[in-house]
Design a protein around this ligand. Structure first.
Ligand code: AMP
Length: 217
């Protein structure tokens, strides 16, 4: 079945990891706004240049461009057929309202909004050691999950980097923005009866098992 899901939670809670597990096991198409922005930055497009100035400071990219970028992908044939897992979008109530309107228009209602919940302290320690592959997106951690060869990806041998926005001051700013702008998105979907809460502090497989069980999959 083509499930249409949103994954919401603070930075570093494991949205990317769960999105990949849902794709592999359930088949919905992962759409991560952060990943799409980073690709635009790498390709040095106009959108990438605009987004970079916000992302490097840990701030949100303006709603208008973000909404356009994501809705375009949601309308694609692949997503219409297979469903989607939104990761990192919507991050503001305005984005959520624009998404709801579009999904209504194309008659593709959401199945669930999964809120991954975890304490700030865990988020800070996860993000502080996070290292990502620039080629395939695989995520490592300096102490919890180091790569076999320092600086290179175990899976594809691509170069590993620490994201500019995973620096300590920027992490604090991202957490503040999550509380101020994104937490209201969770309330927005709770009111619509779509919210599914999952404990994000557990091991990735355990989190995924809980998601599956709660979605009845
Ligand atoms: P992420 O990989 O989801 O942590 O996103 C990295 C950065 O991209 C965020 O800190 C924001 O600067 C930007 N970004 C990602 N998604 C959005 C969004 N839905 N709205 C605004 N900015 C976003």
């Amino acid at each position: 079945m083509a499930l249409r899901l949103i994954l919401v939670g603070p930075p570093g809670v494991g949205k990317g990891t769960q999105s990949a597990l849902i794709e592999q096991n359930i088949g919905s198409v992962p759409l991560s706004s952060g990943v799409i922005f980073r690709r635009e930055i790498e390709a040095d497009t106009d959108l990438g240049q605009l987004a970079k100035s916000y992302i490097d400071r840990g701030e949100l990219v303006p709603n208008g461009v973000t909404i356009q970028m994501m809705l375009k992908r949601i309308r694609s044939e692949e997503v219409r057929q297979n469903g989607f897992i939104l990761d990192g979008f919507p991050r503001t109530v305005r984005q959520a309202e624009a998404l709801d309107l579009e999904l209504d228009k194309i008659s593709m209602p959401l199945d669930a909004v999964i809120s991954l919940e975890v304490d700030d302290q865990i988020v800070i320690s996860r993000l502080s050691g996070r290292i990502g592959c620039t080629k395939c997106g695989e995520i490592y951690h300096a102490t919890n999950k180091p790569p076999m060869r320092e600086g290179f990806c175990d899976k594809c041998n691509g170069p590993l980097i620490i994201r500019q926005d995973d620096k300590p001051e920027t992490i604090q700013e991202r957490l503040r923005i999550f509380r101020d702008s994104t937490a209201p998105v969770i309330d927005h979907y709770a009111k619509k009866g779509l919210l599914v809460k999952v404990d994000g502090s557990q091991a990735p497989e355990t989190v995924f098992a809980e998601i599956r069980e709660k979605l009845g999959q």
